[in-house]
Every structure is written in structure tokens, then in C-alpha cells.
Design a protein around this ligand. Sequence first.
Ligand code: COA
Length: 258
Amino acid sequence: MEFVNLHLSLEAGILTIKVNRPTKLNALNIKTMEEVSAAFDKVYDEDDIKGVILTGEGEKAFVAGADIKEIGELNPMSARKFAEKGQETFAKIENCGKPVVAAVNGFALGGGCELAMSCHIRLAAENARFGQPEINLGIIPGYGGTQRLPMLIGKSKALELMLTGDMINAEQALQLGLVNAVYPQAELYEKAQAMVQKIITKAPIAIGQIVDSVNAFYNSEDGYQTEANAFANCCKTEDFKEGTAAFLEKRKPEFKGK
Ligand code: COA
């Protein structure tokens, strides 16, 4: 696929996916959502991609929501498809076996907040703003927000944000556990790079097995069983032998993803 609304760049194993519609505050129109889905197909398929940073172009917006112009044209039938397709795309991000860090560089509203929540870790710039303002349009979050927001910040606060449509700032998001850390805008991208760089030095199969095991709980599966199976899967790998041997030999492990 040719990427028009996303800018992709690969450096040292880290794929940066930048939503690139700054004149519309990086709003996710259908074309952009298709590109996000295709970009994550690449992440799944290509071995030279070890981890991902997801961010928005400019210093004003990460993603200011789904494209309200397109939303206005939905009917009940197309709306269901719209939500299901979006949920499928964001599940692809959440279940990715490679680390995905959101660098939230400004407004993360509606579908933008949902996009950030589908990433494994969220780092925010000081000017970031979060919210689920769909109620102001007479609709509700449709890309998983009603599920992921309570998982991340608890039911009461999630209901408050969704029912009032209010925005919160980066510091409030940090206090609620919606983001992992807050940095000055100028430092955000390098902090995200450092985070992904650190994770991708670890054993790749174990990274994926941790993501699967943690997600199992939130997907109403038997998380303990998933964890036991995942633990056993790791113990089949060459990286497990390398990790334990390196510790005993007092050297750094060299993981190969095998
Ligand atoms: N969908 C489509 N276009 C959007 C958009 C969205 N979600 N968010 C912003 N834009 C567009 C605006 O229409 C405007 O386009 P124009 O210049 O062609 O008129 C441009 O982006 C700049 O936005 P603007 O509203 O002028 O910026 P602002 O600084 O005054 O306000 C926001 C910023 C984020 C507060 C405001 O844009 C906003 O409330 N956006 C919608 C957020 C939302 O409800 N998201 C959930 C959607 S389900």
C-alpha cells in the first residue's frame, strides 16, 4: 500500500508511524484507518521492524479523533461496520508481539485517545490533552474506548470522562494512570525512542508472550492458563538458554528471537 496520510520511517529497528493530516489535526478518516491497519500488517510481517512509535505530525495534535465529516454521513448499518473495522485495527495494535509506544504530542481526543489506548505504553508531551468527547456529537466511543478507558483508569473516572466529554491535561492523565510519563514536547520523541530501544534489546519471543498474557486477562480469557503456556513457550527458546547462560557467565545476553 502507498501511505499518504501516514509517514513511515524505519531507523535502528524502530518503525515510527506518524499520522500526517496536520491541517485536520491528524483526524482519522477512513483512508487513514486503512493505512494504520496496513502499517501494522507490515509490523507483523517484517523481521527488520523490532518495535514501533506511533505519533502525530506537528506539535498541536496526536490525533483529534475520527473524522467528524465522515462520521456525519454514517447510517446505522455503515456505523456498525465503521466501529467493527476500527476495533479490529486497534486490536491488531494491542495484540502486536512487538512493543508499540504512543508518543502523544498534543490532542488525543475520541478515536485519538482510543488509538493511544490500544498502544502498549503511552508517553505524553506536557501540552497533550485527552478526552472522549463523542457525547457532544450525540454518539459514543466506537473504537474500543468504552472498554479500554475503564481498564486503564477505572470505571468511575472513565464514565465521568465519557459522560461529560471533558478533556484532561497530561498531568491529570498521568495521575489517572492513562499515561506512563510526561515530558516537555522537545524531549518526547527521544524519550519514546529510548523506551522502545530498551525493550527491543530484550528477548523478542518473551516480549510477545508478555503482551499475550497481559491481554488475556482483559479479553476475559483464563489469564493464568495463558501465562503458564506462555512461560512454557519461552522455555523452549534458544533465547531462554542464552539469557540464563549469560547471567551465569556474567555477560550481556545476545537475543536472537529464536
Ligand atoms: N474531524 C475532522 N476535522 C477535524 C477534527 C475531527 N475530529 N478535529 C479537528 N478538525 C479540523 C477542524 O475542522 C479544522 O479544520 P478547518 O481548518 O478546515 O476548519 C482543523 O481541524 C483545525 O481545528 P480547529 O477546531 O480549528 O482547532 P482548534 O485549536 O480551535 O480546536 C480542538 C482544537 C481539538 C479542540 C477541536 O478541533 C475539536 O474539538 N475537534 C474535535 C474533537 C472531537 O470531537 N473528536 C472526537 C471525534 S469522534
